[in-house]
Structure formats: C-alpha cells, structure tokens
Design a binder for this molecule. Sequence first.
Ligand code: F6P
Length: 420
Amino acid sequence: MRLVIVSNRVTIPERHEKAAAGGLAVALREALEQHGGLWFGWSGGVSEASAPPSVVQRGRVSYAVTDLTEAERQSYYLGFSNRALWPLMHYRLGLTEFSRADYAGYLAVNRRFAKALMAMLQPDDVIWIHDYHLIPLAAELRRRGVTNRIGYFHHIPWPPAEVFGALPFAATLASTIAAYDLVGMQTSIDVNNLIGGLVSMCGARSDGRRVRVGRRETVVQAFPIGIDVDAFRKLAAASVRSATTPLKTTRQSLGERKLVIGVDRLDYSKGIVQRLEAFGQFLRSHPDQRGRVGMLQIAPPSRSDVPEYAELDRQSDEVAGRLNAALGEFDWTPIRVVKKAYSRNARAGFYRRAQVGLVTPMRDGMNLVAKEYVAAQDPADPGVLVLSRFAGAAQQMGEALIVNPFDTHEVAEAIRTALA
Ligand code: F6P
C-alpha cells in the first residue's frame, strides 16, 4: 500500500532537513516518511501556463508539485478558499465574500488537480486529501473512475448549517464530501455540524457517524490533531540550554520580567488585536504589574494579498503602538509585536521562557500552539496556558484557564490569575 497525500501547499524539504515549520507539514511528513509515498499539491509558485507536475524525490517520498496560474491563484486560493470558505468556516459571515467567478476557479483547479493526480495513481494507493481548498477533489476523482480508498481531513472548524448554508451552492459543495470513504474533523462539534448540514441541506441519512448521501456512504469522525510531545519537550529543554540568539537577547532585554507570549499566523481568526487589547486592559486594571511583565506576540504575515489580512496588519500595528504609547515607560515597552516566523527551535525556547501562553483565537480548528506551549514547559516551574473556549484544543485541554476571547475583561483577569 502506498500513501498519497494531497494538500493545497507542498513544501519540498531541503536535503537532510529535519523539521519543517508548520504542524500540518511536520505531522504529514513524518507519516509519509514512515510509509513511503507521494505528496501532491501546489508548489506555492505562479507561472503563466499550467504545466504537468514536476517530481522531486527525497528519501522514500516523491513530491509532485504544480504551479498555479495567476488567475488560478486569485480565484481558487485567494478568492474562494480564503475570502469565502475561510471566514465562513470560522463563523465570520460578515467577512465572507462570495463570487461566482472565484467558485468556478476553485472547481476548475480541483478538476485540474484530479486529472494530474490520476496520471500518477496506482491501484492500491490510499489517498489522503487535506483541508478546505480541496473539498470536491474526491468527487472529481470518482467522476473519472477512481475506486481507491480516499480520506479527507478538515483542519479548520466546520460551522453549523445555519452559517454554512449562507454560502451559495452550499448543498452542492457539502454533498461532494460523500465521495470520501472517511472524513476526519478536529472535534465532535465539527462532526455534528457537518453531519447536521448534510442531513438538513443535502437530504442525507445518518446513523451515528455513518452518513448516506444519495448512493454513497461515508464515515465522519473526530481525530484531533496532536504534536510529538516528547520531541517538542526535548527541543524546548535543549533550546534553553543552548541559548539560541533570539532567546539570549530576550533574556538580556527582559531581565527578571515575566513574559506573556502569543504565536500565530497574522490572521483575524486568531484574535490577535483582541488579545493585545486584553493585555492593555490587564495593565490598566493592575497598575502594580506595569514594568514587571511584557508581552511578546510573534505573528508571521500570511495571505497579505487578501484585503482583510492587510487591514489586520495595519490594525495590529496601530493597537500595539497606541497601547505602548499610553502604558509604556522610557525603560519598558509593554508589547512587542514581531511580524516574522521563527524556527521550531526558537519557538520552543520562547514558550519555555514565558510564564503565560496566550492562545485566544476567536475560532480555531485545533491550535497546536496550545499543545506546543504546554509541552515546552519546565515541569519544575511550569507556565500557565490561557486558552480560548473556541479553539478545538479547549475540548481536550480543560486544565488550562479557559476564556471567552470576546470578553476583554475576562481575558485580562485570566492573565492576572496565570501570572499569580
Ligand atoms: O490549517 C489551515 C491552513 O490553511 C493550512 O491548510 C495551511 O497549511 C495553513 O493554514 C497556512 O495557510 P496558507 O497556506 O494559506 O499560508
């Protein structure tokens, strides 16, 4: 049996590279390296005309990647995936921008991917497709006669039918889910929302996790994504000992001050602006804490061609600047926002140094930062995780300080409690 993974974005590792940046990439790569197999998807690049995928071999894994044309990037990736599906799946109807042209582009790229993948498939391949960019891919493969087992994992939330149903063609798109043999979601909430939507919008019948849509039957189940805890714990312990440059500098610049940390892609679903406001509120409510604690928000920019992301970029600078000006001192800057990505190594060290991990998304599929933060702690003197009840991780990590990220005062008080 060969494992064939398909995801929107594929990063081909450098030769001998050990750890990739994101949770999805790390988890999938480890699975593939164990089994051997094929990983197919977008190279992240753009070229003028669509060409057959180019294949690169790394150990037991073949990476087959294709560029998008600029029109495909606009309609499939920036448009339908990230201006319609992303906000919708995160319960943000007000930000959802639907265009028929983008939807047509999304379906066309899924058709093109299906055609390209067909040419590489072997009869006993097990195909595992990832995330919202590729929901109709299995239906396209089935239309072309593929009978292999096909699974899907949805990394982000799935909203209730009342929200999802606002998307034009919602029922058509949702019903393509039935082309999969197994559908994995992050939490039981997402499972129930998806099954509820299939029943109410597509006339599906369900018997527990088994769902029948027309003539196809699929199983929808929660498989919460995790991290390699031991590996991350070791990384954190080692990175503190070896004192990598960013950590050493943090030590110098923070001194004995306590550290509150947030690490997220710069995305409105992560609640970064609301979190900065909550930290400001904490300092206003507890003036004795001023000068004794600092917040570090690491926020690598993401999808900056989407207007809502560009606006968040501006807004986060504005809020951090305003709070620093109002609350800072000549020798103390309360908030540092750093808009760049750090290696896993450096992140692990930052987490271990931080007394509080602030993971307060407005809505999130799982959130692996929550898991990484806990894994990175020194068991002899651990920090405290403040976690949004709207992160999938809250379903598993009830020992954290669970907060409602829409309530600035509640988050501010949780920071106080965590520090104490
Ligand atoms: O899990 C959500 C997700 O869209 C992943 O599919 C992706 O790897 C990650 O976020 C980063 O998004 P993007 O590829 O749009 O930068």
